[in-house]
Design a protein around this ligand. Structure first.
Ligand SMILES: *Cc1c(COP(=O)(O)O)cnc(C)c1O
Length: 400
């Protein structure tokens, strides 16, 4: 086995520098823990950025992958694929959607959503209705249209010209949406809870207002649930908290529990615009990734699973709010389910580093928001350990 240093050296030498990586090589995982090549253990409060919803090495997921890999790894979408049809059925039966398109990532799911929204407008005889309205502080992925949809200039820089036909309005601002959505708008695209933008939970009426505005003006409503979907918020889909369904919804991250898969769900009204030849993906919905998706879905839907997410969320928030009372450096705590953000008055990067030294993987987004996205199977004891570590770090105060 290679040492941590050897892995890091090869990584530095041969990989493009697209990531600012920590000097750690993770080689093994078990439940909510991961281990580096030197054998150091970490409690995983990032879960691959909301990917490992079932933690590491979940028996149902392992079993599904193992069984499917013996049967069939891949065939072309020229043929019918049983696990693909079964995963689509599960998603349809537990959502607003009539049809599903499978791909391999969040960005691809959003590309598919953008293409479908535009095509649906054309098919309705409205060729000039092509604009997509998205939100500032949003994140929709790194491919060119998804990048353009992302309402954060720092991600756009250097990649211009971007895709035409996108407009940005502030998140959680109903009057701004009233003003912006018009006869040229083919869709409004929004994360029900913004992830990369700093764990921003909208007001209780926001999504409902977007739904009404879209209906009134003839635009489609797209929810990007790539991060907040698949049980992360204590409901299968985050939008269920707000009692609003979109016309199109995208999923990825946790859908395969660690196996790459993305999905774009839609009502028939829109979905019928995708006919043979309009959109496709070689790997999209392959038997292996769909078998993983089925195992994830069935686990989430099992009795008590989601209730547990909510209970752990309540406990986690209670502990963090107590921590906030003791440390003025904590500006506020925001959460929906196990999508948890803690905004600091200072840069969060040194705190992330200090946590790592103490054996906890966390993340900082938007500069000063510590983000916690633990596996949905996290327990109170693990939450206690993290909160104690944070307490010590803030107590020491050498992070600022
Ligand atoms: C991560 C993320 C994406 C992009 O997903 P990739 O799989 O990295 O392409 C899109 N939207 C949201 C909300 C995300 O969090």
């Amino acid at each position: 086995m290679k040492t941590q240093q050897q892995i890091i050296e090869a990584s530095e030498k041969y990989l493009m520098k697209t990531y600012g990586r920590f000097p750690v090589a993770l080689v093994h995982g078990d439940g909510c823990r991961v281990f580096d090549a030197d054998g150091k253990s970490y409690i995983d409060f990032l879960a691959g950025i909301a990917v490992n919803g079932l933690g590491h090495g979940h028996p149902a997921l392992l079993h599904a992958i193992e069984e499917q890999s013996r049967k069939l790894l891949h065939v072309s979408n020229f043929y019918h694929i049983e696990p693909q049809a079964e995963l689509a059925r599960l998603l349809v039966e537990h959502s607003f959607a009539d049809k599903v398109f499978f791909c391999n990532s969040g960005a691809e799911a959003n590309e598919a959503a953008i293409k479908l929204a535009r095509k649906a407008a054309k098919d309705r005889g409205e060729p000039d209705r092509f604009e997509i309205i998205t939100m500032t502080q949003s994140f929709h992925g790194r491919t060119l249209a998804a990048l353009t949809a992302t309402g954060q200039e720092k991600f756009h820089k250097g990649f211009e010209p971007l895709v035409p036909g996108f407009r940005y309005i502030p998140f959680n601002d109903i009057p701004a949406a009233e003003k912006a959505v018009n006869g040229k708008t083919c869709a409004v695209m929004v994360e029900p809870v913004q992830g990369e933008g700093g764990v921003n939970v909208p007001g209780p009426d926001y999504l409902h207002a977007l739904r009404e505005i879209c209906d009134k003006r003839g635009a489609l409503l797209i929810f990007d649930e790539v991060q907040c979907g698949m049980g992360r918020t204590g409901r299968l889909f985050a939008c269920e908290h707000f009692g609003v369904w979109p016309d199109i919804m995208t999923l990825a991250k946790s859908l395969g529990g660690g196996v790459p898969i993305g999905a774009m769900l839609a009502r028939d009204e829109a979905a019928k615009s995708f006919s043979p030849g309009t959109h496709a993906s070689t790997f999209g919905g392959n038997p292996l990734s769909c078998a993983a998706g089925i195992a994830v879905m069935k686990t989430l839907l099992a009795t008590g699973f989601m209730e547990n997410v909510t209970a752990r969320s309540d406990y986690f928030q209670e502990r963090l709010l107590k921590l906030k009372k003791a440390h003025p450096v904590i500006r506020n705590v925001r959460a929906l389910g196990l999508m948890v953000g803690m905004e600091l008055t200072v840069d969060g990067a040194p705190v992330v580093k200090a946590c790592m030294e103490k054996g906890f993987l966390i993340n900082c987004t938007n500069g000063n928001v510590l983000r916690f996205l633990p596996p949905l199977i996290i327990r109170n004891e693990e939450i206690d350990l993290l909160v104690e570590a944070l307490d010590e770090i803030f107590q020491a105060g050498d992070f600022a």
